[in-house]
Design a protein around this ligand. Sequence first.
Ligand code: FES
Length: 149
Amino acid sequence: MEERLSAILSAYQGKRDELIPILQKVQGAYGYLPEPEMLEIARFTRLPESRVYGVATFYAQFRFAPMGRNRVMVCRGTACHVKGAQRILEEVEKHLGIREGETTPDLEYSLETVACIGACSLSPCIMINRDVQARLTPKKVEQLYGKDP
Ligand code: FES
């Protein structure tokens, strides 16, 4: 068993009700839930692998692939929606070459959508890591990503 996982599991007894806290700890350590660790967690908690995956996929907080170095969040809230968020999302997807929920193969970008990033007066907007990109247009998205990824 991998050392990091072993250290995490040593704090637990393998009870079934520990599954979610264990998944949270493992994701915190690895940034996602790698398959070998998921299988070890199933063994440790004496739960079928399908059950462990079933629980993990139920919660949006868990990821099964590593996060990119840059997190791009496209707002799909009402204010952004009425100002063309869908078009912005399509443009970002086009430039990054990935769909919502995916990470680029070089692990540079992960793309997500969010309900509201709290900058409605600047809609439509996206957030790249901690920076809000305001009043976006497809042209501005092109300027942001056109040459980079
Ligand atoms: S709806 Fe997009 S920032 Fe609030």
